[in-house]
Write a protein that binds this ligand. Structure first.
Ligand code: FAD
Ligand code: NAD
Length: 479
């Protein structure tokens, strides 16, 4: 064979660091990590990083999905030492044998699609899955909004609803059902999606399919008394008023209890304390009720006695070490460190671990060198002054490196797009906070998200998509 595959050659003198996931947490860690210090192996069923803040814009084609994806291979290419990437899903972790089992869950499988990978150090950054609370019919009939495939499915279904509603001889009731887009969950995902959907309708569908335009309706259902519960009162009011102006129907204190292929059944709590059961027909249903723990994380938690009281994910200490283990760290949505499950938290945690691991490697190198020098001093007395000097300097550096402070999250603020070129922002400023909403905030939202994009390539693609949909309108081909 004249062209052998370049092999990732693990160095037996280095520890093997296995990183699970290619999301916000793991990619921030990879960016910071000096890969020369470890044999680094990355395992994820997704061979790309996804910029989730702009995912709602992909559901309507304001942004094309590939503009917010960055291939892992391109990220790893820039690292100093080669990193092994396996596109696979970790199916279980054995903390006693220090081994993970992985399976290739993609469409094409080779003769080997299941294997084991040993680790010395393991970082779990697998994120979370969609919460359904066991409500019947949710998994079968609704769309989630977490992955690229979800956004593509929603985009297709919106147009399918529109084209089916415009079909010859459709009854008025059926047109109303098909044109009713229901969003369950008034957190930032649900609010941003509802806003994007209404924009799409106002700016494009109305012009292109005028015959059904007066029937289009977006309903946002939230179990709590208001939407965006994590934002300030002033911004909640601003958001709810703006959504109402956009003609989005907000149903708060309404909890969905059951889902069928054509309707949702919900319970409304009335001000007098009574409850009313209603059936709401829909054409498209998007389920955005937050996070649930992934099976692999649940399985690991059940193997560690110290995790028995943890419910929302892997409880970690202030250095992000999984409680009850020594060589496993957890970051992002799968970790419980006392912060909200956001990209901001996940990326700061990943960055922290990158620094921590770089320091740990430096510490080990320094300690080995000090040992070497000390034993040499005992043998060759002639060199001792020079060696003693170097030892002193190394020890000074060691004290500085070893003094790494525990992880502390620094909140930069919360931002959400709410439709009709308006956004809301709760921003931390010096020691204070300020809340703002409106069109200027929208410009701020756009520039903030642009600056956060992974690469210049992503940034350029997103700008071009924004321009393209503004100038030519969104592409309504159903594909
Ligand atoms: P993720 O980014 O979800 O990554 C998890 C990774 O693990 C993925 O690569 C996945 O493929 C991989 N994986 C899954 N299972 C396995 C397995 N078994 N083995 C190996 N790998 C596995 N946060 C903000 O701060 N600001 C925002 O504006 C914002 N907007 C959002 C918009 C939407 C629509 C959504 C859904 C979320 C948004 N968030 C936002 C939240 C943010 O995306 C998450 O908090 C963040 O993605 C968490 O990062 P993570 O690394 O823990 O997980
Ligand atoms: P979330 O947990 O923030 O909100 C889910 C909402 O669904 C809750 O308000 C809950 O009361 C409601 N709900 C639950 N069950 C229900 C039911 N049966 N019927 C009706 N309503 C029900 O979820 P999310 O919006 O997906 O956000 C997840 C995480 O990602 C959060 O930490 C959020 O801050 C973050 N995120 C941030 C942004 C942003 O900053 N722009 C955007 C999206 C997501």
């Amino acid at each position: 064979d004249r062209h052998p595959e370049p092999q990732f050659a693990p160095d037996p003198s280095k520890k093997t660091l296995v990183i699970l996931g290619t999301g916000w947490g793991s990619v921030a860690l990879l960016k910071k990590l000096d890969t020369e210090n470890y044999n680094v192996v990355v395992v994820s069923p997704r061979n790309y990083f996804l910029f989730t803040p702009l995912l709602p814009s992909c559901t309507t084609g304001t942004i094309e999905h590939r503009s917010i994806m960055e291939p892992v291979r391109a990220i790893l290419r820039h690292k100093k030492a080669a990193v092994k990437f396996y596109e696979a899903e970790a199916s279980s972790i054995d903390p006693d044998r220090k081994i993970i089992k992985v399976v290739d869950s993609s469409e094409i499988k080779g003769a080997t699609s299941e294997t084991e990978i040993p680790y010395d150090m393991l970082v779990i950054g697998v994120g979370a899955e969609n919460a359904t609370f066991g409500i019947p019919g949710v998994r079968e009939h609704s769309c989630f909004l977490k992955e690229i495939g979800d956004a593509q499915q929603i985009r297709k279904k919106i147009m399918d609803c529109v084209e089916t509603a415009a079909f010859k001889g459709q009854s008025p009731q059926e047109v109303d059902r098909l044109m009713h887009m229901v969003v369950v969950g008034g957190g930032p995902t649900g609010v941003e999606f509802a806003g994007e959907l209404q924009d799409f309708f106002e700016e494009d569908i109305k012009k292109l399919v005028p015959e059904i335009s007066d029937r289009f309706k977006v309903t946002l259902i939230e179990a709590l008394p208001n939407v965006l519960p994590s934002f300030s009162k002033q911004l909640i009011d601003y958001t709810e008023n703006t959504l109402r102006e956009e003609k989005i129907d907000i149903k708060t204190k309404t909890m969905v209890k059951k889902v069928t292929d054509v309707s949702v059944e919900a319970e409304i709590s009335r001000p007098d304390g009574s409850k009313e059961r209603v059936t709401i027909p829909y054409g498209l249903l998007v389920w955005a009720t937050g996070n649930a723990v992934r099976p692999i994380v649940k399985d690991l938690m059940s193997k560690i006695p110290a995790q028995k009281d943890s419910r929302r994910g892997l409880a970690v200490n202030e250095y992000l070490v999984v409680q009850g283990t020594r060589d496993i760290w957890a970051i992002g949505d799968c970790a419980v460190a006392g912060y909200a499950p956001t990209a901001q938290v996940a990326s700061q945690e990943g960055n922290f671990l990158g620094r921590l691991f770089n320091n740990m490697a430096k510490t080990e190198n320094h300690e080995t060198r000090i040992q070497e020098l000390s034993s040499r001093m005992n043998i060759q007395a002639g060199d001792s002054a020079e060696a003693a000097h170097e030892i002193e300097s190394l020890e000074r550096q060691l004290r500085r490196i070893k003094d790494i402070k525990p992880f502390r999250y620094s909140h930069q603020g919360s931002l959400a797009y709410i439709g009709s070129e308006k956004a809301v922002a709760d921003v931390s400023w010096w020691n204070g906070n300020f809340a703002t909403g409106g069109s200027m905030t929208y410009l701020f939202w756009r520039s903030a998200y642009l600056s956060m994009c992974f690469s210049t390539r992503n940034r350029v693609l997103v700008i071009l998509d924004w321009l393209k949909s503004k100038v030519f309108g969104r592409d309504v081909s159903r594909e």
